[in-house]
Ligand binder design. Structure first.
Ligand SMILES: [Zn+2]
Length: 445
C-alpha cells in the first residue's frame, strides 16, 4: 500500500476517532440524568375562570386578593390559552400535554345537555390508558399522588384517576367541601414524602351564587350574574389561600394555578362555555410559583403559551426529561427571560360535540391572529391585539393569512399522533342528574 494512502487513512481515522469521542461526550452529557428535585407539585385548576376577571390580569375589581399577592412572587403568563372550551377535553389536555383530537376525550356529560332523559347506556370518552398522564409521570418519579375534583367530568370513568393513590370526585360540593377533604387528608399527604396534589375547584361555574361580602347587587340581570360570577372568584380565592397556608406551599413546592377554560359573559351573545373557541372561553390564567424563586419574579412573559405546557414545564423544573409525545413546550426558557423559541409558535384549540348534530370548531392562534373555523363553513379571523373582544371579523380582508392558518391546523391535525378513542358507560343517579340539570349540562327543553 502506498504511503500517501496510508497517511490519508490514518488522518481520516484519527479525525473520525476524535469526532466519535466528541459525539460520545455530547451524547453522554445530553443523556446525563439531571438530579431529581424534591419539590412537591401542586396543580390547582379553577373551573371556568377567565383570566380577564382577575385583578392581576387588569380587571377593575379585586376578585382575588390572595392570588394577586401570590402573583407578585410568581411568574404570570399574560397570554395563556386552553386548547378547548369545556372541562373534559381541556383538563385531559392539561393531564397529557396533547390536543383534544389526539387524546380523543371529546364526549362527556356536556353531550347530554339537550337530553330529556338520561340514557343509562350512554358512552362518554376517557383518556386512553396507554397515555401517560402527569400523575403517572410523577408517580413514577417517586411522588405520592392525591386528587380532589369537584367536577363530575373529572372522574374515574373519564380516565382521570390513572396514577392517583387517592382520588375523590364530587359534583359541585363547593370549595369548603374540597377544603374539608384536603384537611382530612393533610397528614397522609404531607407525611408521605414528596407529593403531587391536584385540586379542581368548581365555584366560578354556573349557577353562580351570591357570595358575601363580595357580591354587589345589580338590577340588570346580566350585571347581576357577572357580579355573582365575580363573587365566586373571591370565594374560591379565599379557600385556596386557606389551603396554601395550611400546607405551607410557600416552601419547597412548585405551585401551578390555572383554569380549564374561561366563560362567555355575553361577549358573543351567550353565557357559559363549550359554545365556541372565542377568547373569553379559552383564555385562562396561568401562574407558576417556583420553589426556588427566579431572580426577577415580576416577570410576566407575553409569549403565547398554553395549558398543554404545564406537563413539560413540571418535568423540566423537577429534572425529568421531556416526554416523547408532549405537544406542549417547557416554559422554563420564558421563566428565565428567553422568549426566542416562542416567537413562531402555533396553538390549535379544538372543540367537538355531538348534541343532536355534530358541532366542530377548529382554531389556529399565531402571533396576533386567531383564526376560527366553525363547521360547516363559518370562518373568522380576529386580531387579538387590536380587537381584544373579537368583535371584528377580518376574514375577508385578511383572507391570505386566514387561509394560511387554516392550512396549518389541517396539516398539524393530519400529522399529529392520535390515540384510539376510548369510552366508558356512565350511569348517573337521580341526585347527580338533578345537579347536572342545575349546572346546565342537561336541559329540560
Ligand atoms: Zn370546566
Amino acid at each position: 500500500m502506498n504511503n500517501k494512502i496510508n497517511t490519508k487513512i490514518l488522518i481520516t481515522t484519527g479525525f473520525i476517532t476524535g469526532l466519535s469521542i466528541l459525539t460520545l461526550l455530547f451524547v453522554f452529557s445530553s443523556c446525563k440524568k439531571k438530579e431529581l428535585k424534591n419539590y412537591n407539585v401542586v396543580l390547582v385548576v379553577i373551573d371556568t375562570l377567565r383570566s380577564d376577571h382577575l385583578p392581576f390580569y387588569g380587571y377593575k375589581k379585586n376578585t382575588a386578593p390572595f392570588l394577586s399577592k401570590l402573583s407578585e412572587q410568581a411568574v404570570v403568563f399574560e397570554n395563556a390559552f386552553s386548547v378547548s372550551s369545556w372541562t373534559s377535553p381541556a383538563t385531559a389536555s392539561i393531564f397529557t400535554s396533547l390536543y383534544p383530537f389526539q387524546h380523543q376525550v371529546l364526549m362527556g356529560l356536556l353531550a347530554i345537555r339537550m337530553a330529556k332523559e338520561l340514557d343509562p347506556n350512554m358512552e362518554i370518552n376517557k383518556i386512553p390508558p396507554e397515555i401517560t398522564t402527569i400523575t403517572e409521570v410523577l408517580k413514577k418519579a417517586g411522588y405520592s399522588t392525591f386528587g380532589v375534583s369537584d367536577n363530575l367530568n373529572i372522574g374515574e370513568k373519564q380516565g382521570f384517576t390513572q396514577g392517583f393513590d387517592k382520588f375523590v370526585c364530587n359534583m359541585y360540593h363547593k370549595a369548603p367541601e374540597v377544603n374539608k377533604t384536603l384537611k382530612a387528608w393533610k397528614e397522609e399527604i404531607t407525611g408521605s414524602g414528596k407529593y403531587f396534589l391536584y385540586i379542581h375547584y368548581m365555584d366560578p361555574h354556573a349557577p353562580y351564587h351570591r357570595r358575601e361580602p363580595w357580591y354587589q347587587p345589580k338590577e340588570d340581570r346580566q350585571e347581576h350574574l357577572i357580579s355573582a360570577y365575580d363573587s365566586e372568584i373571591n370565594f374560591v380565592d379565599q379557600h385556596l389561600e386557606e389551603m396554601y397556608k395550611l400546607f405551607g406551599w410557600d416552601k419547597n413546592t412548585l405551585l401551578v394555578v390555572t383554569a380549564d377554560h374561561g366563560e362567555g359573559l355575553w361577549d358573543h351573545g351567550k353565557m357559559g362555555h363549550g359554545n365556541s373557541l372565542y377568547r373569553e372561553e379559552i383564555q385562562v390564567p396561568l401562574m407558576i410559583y417556583l420553589p426556588e424563586p427566579a431572580p426577577d419574579m415580576s416577570r410576566r412573559p407575553k409569549a403565547l403559551v398554553s395549558t398543554i405546557d404545564i406537563l413539560p414545564t413540571v418535568r423540566d423544573i423537577i429534572g425529568l426529561p421531556r416526554g416523547k409525545y408532549d405537544e406542549g413546550m417547557s416554559l422554563v426558557p420564558l421563566i428565565e427571560g428567553k422568549e426566542e423559541d416562542f416567537k413562531d409558535r402555533y396553538l390549535f384549540p379544538y372543540l367537538w360535540k355531538s348534541v343532536k348534530k355534530v358541532v366542530e370548531f377548529k382554531s389556529t392562534i399565531f402571533r396576533k391572529w386567531q383564526f376560527i373555523f366553525t363547521r360547516p363553513k363559518k370562518r373568522e379571523l380576529f386580531n387579538l391585539i387590536g380587537d381584544k373582544l373579537e368583535q371584528h371579523n377580518h376574514y375577508f380582508k385578511g383572507f391570505k393569512i386566514a387561509r394560511g392558518l387554516e392550512k396549518q391546523f389541517e396539516e398539524f391535525m393530519k400529522a399529529s399522533k392520535k390515540y384510539k378513542k376510548k369510552s366508558s358507560n356512565i350511569k348517573l343517579d337521580q341526585d347527580n342528574l338533578e345537579k347536572l340539570k342545575s349546572l346546565g349540562y342537561v336541559d329540560d327543553n
